[in-house]
Design a protein around this ligand. Structure first.
Ligand SMILES: Cc1cc2nc3c(=O)[nH]c(=O)nc-3n(C[C@H](O)[C@H](O)[C@H](O)COP(=O)(O)OP(=O)(O)OC[C@H]3O[C@@H](n4cnc5c(N)ncnc54)[C@H](O)[C@@H]3O)c2cc1C
Length: 354
């Protein structure tokens, strides 16, 4: 544990299978933190702080150790949400030495729609005004967008005593979707989000519809930012589809001079291509889904496979797209023994999710 993490909190969980739960924690968090496992003890170290989790008989003894009180609250909520997710239908008790405040999430930011614009025929930009945009500058770039029901005064989530998020229910239920902050306009105090318009006949697409119908003055909240900060790399390969395009555009724009970048990006057709300005050297190969043979699947993953095979071990691989393609890419990187520190591999949506 590092000495600068001054804010501490102890917790106790009683899961059905403590060892199984510790295994799940380690397996999952290895994607997001440095994980050290020694027998019944797991140490997780990340930017938001450290967690020590130890099996003691039927109990999981937890100690959180964070640099700020906000990060402590966030770590507690993140861990609590995951523990209950891993428990599934099994019973789980979770308590903390200090009760969680029931008021509000520490990293929630209210925002208001300022304007919308069409970026390409299937990409709609929404600009939000936010009183304090500084948390969104640099660092992490993804948010959970919370949209209240149309015409109702928003009720934002609080925190339950066990640390989980207390979501408003019934008529106050929120739409929750994950997006990328495409650009932070510090002077105007605005945040831009680009929403892919992917309407599918007969299936609701509430996130995309929100962007299509957004009007100046509409109120939302953004929880975050989190996950997916700027890679520390001088040589990178991006692999993504339209859902990842805002993130790729932002990373490319923020990478310093001298960074060598190549990108394979799948979009519907040439009309969906976007300029990707960068101080580094970026070469983009656009794949057009409309030009694929009938029934073709996993074309992006196949192209990614070829590109990864030709990569240097030290190159950073940044990949985000549909779940099946990500599984293929992740397995390939694992079989190649690609260093975890040199990759960001995340699925951004799931085919036939409904
Ligand atoms: C970290 C992260 C960052 C993201 N950033 C962005 C971003 O900046 N911009 C952006 O547009 N998306 C982004 N996404 C993806 C976005 O969260 C999903 O696409 C989300 O499912 C859209 O919600 P929806 O309500 O429109 O559709 P849903 O209600 O989730 O799904 C409805 C139907 O649409 C299908 N579907 C969902 N997404 C897609 C898609 N991308 N292409 C084709 N079909 C789809 C589903 O399979 C389902 O059948 C991000 C996701 C993650 C995890």
């Amino acid at each position: 544990m590092s000495d600068i993490n001054e804010f501490r909190l102890a917790g106790t969980a009683v899961p059905k299978d403590p060892i199984g739960m510790l295994d799940e924690i380690c397996e999952h968090f290895v994607e997001h933190a440095e994980v050290q496992r020694t027998g019944n003890l797991a140490l997780l170290k990340s930017k938001v702080g450290d967690a020590s989790i130890r099996v003691d008989g039927r109990l999981l003894l937890i100690e959180l150790n964070c640099p700020t009180p906000q990060m402590l609250q966030m770590s507690r909520t993140m861990l609590a949400e995951h523990l209950f997710y891993f428990a599934g239908e099994d019973p789980l008790e979770l308590s903390w030495a200090e009760q969680a405040s029931l008021a509000s999430l520490p990293n929630i930011h209210e925002a208001t729609v300022v304007s919308t614009e069409v970026v390409t025929p299937h990409m709609q930009r929404v600009k939000f005004a936010c009183a304090d945009v500084t948390p969104f500058v640099g660092g992490d770039m993804h948010v959970r967008l919370l949209v209240p029901p149309k015409g109702r005064e928003p009720v934002w989530p609080g925190i339950r005593q066990d640390g989980r998020v207390a979501w408003p229910e019934g008529e106050d239920e929120l739409l929750v979707r994950v997006y990328t902050i495409r650009f932070v306009d510090v002077e105007k105090r605005e945040l831009w989000v680009d929403f892919l318009q992917h309407p599918i006949a007969g299936i609701k697409t509430p996130g995309a519809d929100f962007a299509r119908d957004a009007r100046p003055g509409d109120r939302v909240a953004l929880v975050g930012p989190g996950g997916g900060s700027l890679p520390d790399a001088s040589d990178m390969l991006f692999i993504g589809d339209e859902s990842a395009l805002p993130a790729i555009a932002r990373i490319a724009a923020e990478m310093p001079e001298g960074t060598a970048m190549q990108a394979i990006i799948e979009v519907l057709d040439a009309g969906e291509e976007q300029p990707l300005p960068s101080a580094g050297n970026l070469t983009v190969r656009w794949l057009h889904r409309n030009a694929y043979p009938e029934g073709a699947r996993n074309v992006l993953a196949a192209e990614a496979t070829k590109a990864i095979a030709a990569l240097d071990e030290e190159s950073f691989v940044w990949a985000a797209c549909e779940k099946d393609d990500i599984r293929t890419i992740r397995a390939l990187l694992k079989s190649r023994g690609h260093d975890r520190k040199n990759m960001y591999v995340a699925w951004y949506w799931e085919r036939d999710a409904s």
